[in-house]
Design a protein around this ligand. Structure first.
Ligand code: NAD
Length: 251
């Protein structure tokens, strides 16, 4: 019975074209023994259907608190919410800061960082009602430290993206401290280049070359770490930031 299963809510989990998507792979990893609610701005119904009877879909915008509250209510309707994975996010081209449109800065910060605050805020009372659980936020190698985009001269970074993903690391730690006493563990993954639609295919070769392991990650290689963080094997982990970037952050 789907209703007997714990529920995992995964944002940013729509992959209708099968182009690769971290949230979808996370949902797939949980669908074996959880009911999974896939939430995304792009209707995730077709993606949920691919995962079978234990997967459900909701379309919504994680930059809106009311939509986040609807996602959490829809998840709780399936059973006790035990897992929240926030993978929704966007990136934008590298632009020198003096040319960066303030509206673009706001859009990236709201979509990547404020959204994590909003979905966590919406889910915390529900996770507490379920007796505790897990939150995993998705940062990036860029959140560890900004880096110059190769081949662009003069030097340009994705300052807005990097700042939003650095904020995710700090928010993870704040949430972990605040929620430890409630039995809610909060951890974070910081991926390097992953084969998803967020990365243009033309940049795959350069991205792989920038990684000491010599290749990009498959979405499933991030999903398996998220799954580990939400398992008994990680029972003493909270407030951790796990690099899933083939040592790119060290290069
Ligand atoms: N792919 C990479 O190389 C890489 C590396 C490091 C970090 N990340 C991070 O991983 C996460 C997942 O990215 P991905 O690689 O799967 O890319 P993706 O583009 O396939 O997935 C992101 C999803 O977020 C959804 N989304 C965007 N704005 C939204 C909003 N306002 N409300 C609800 N949903 C929204 C998109 O529709 C999309 O389905 C992102 O936070 C991204 O920054 C990706």
């Amino acid at each position: 019975m789907a209703q007997d299963r714990p529920v995992a809510l995964v944002t940013g989990a729509s992959d209708p074209e099968g182009a690769g998507n971290i949230g979808y792979s996370v949902a797939e990893a949980f669908a074996v023994d959880h009911s999974v609610l896939l939430a995304d701005l792009r209707d995730p119904s077709a993606s949920a259907a691919r995962l079978g009877a234990s997967a459900f879909a909701i379309a919504g915008d994680v930059t809106r608190l009311d939509d986040c509250e609807k996602m959490v209510a829809a998840a709780e309707a399936q059973g006790p919410l035990k897992v929240l994975v926030h993978a929704a996010g966007i990136t934008r081209p590298a632009t020198r800061i003096e040319n960066l449109d303030p509206a673009e800065w706001d859009h990236v910060l709201r979509t990547n960082l404020t959204s994590a605050f909003l979905i966590a805020r919406a889910a915390i009372p529900t996770l507490k009602r379920a007796g505790g659980g897990h939150i995993v936020l998705v940062s990036s190698r860029a959140g560890r430290t900004p880096f110059a985009i190769r081949g662009v001269s003069p030097v340009a970074t994705k300052a807005h993206y990097a700042a939003s993903k650095a904020g995710i690391i700090s928010l993870t730690r704040a949430l972990a401290l605040e929620l430890a006493a409630d039995g809610i563990k909060v951890n974070c993954v910081a991926p390097g280049p992953v084969k998803t639609r967020i990365m243009p295919k033309e940049s795959y070769q350069a991205a792989a070359a920038s990684v000491p392991l010599g290749r990009m990650a498959e979405p499933s290689e991030v999903a398996s770490v998220v799954r580990f963080l939400c398992s008994d094997a990680a029972s003493y982990m909270t407030g951790a930031i796990l690099d899933v970037n083939g040592a790119q952050v060290l290069s």
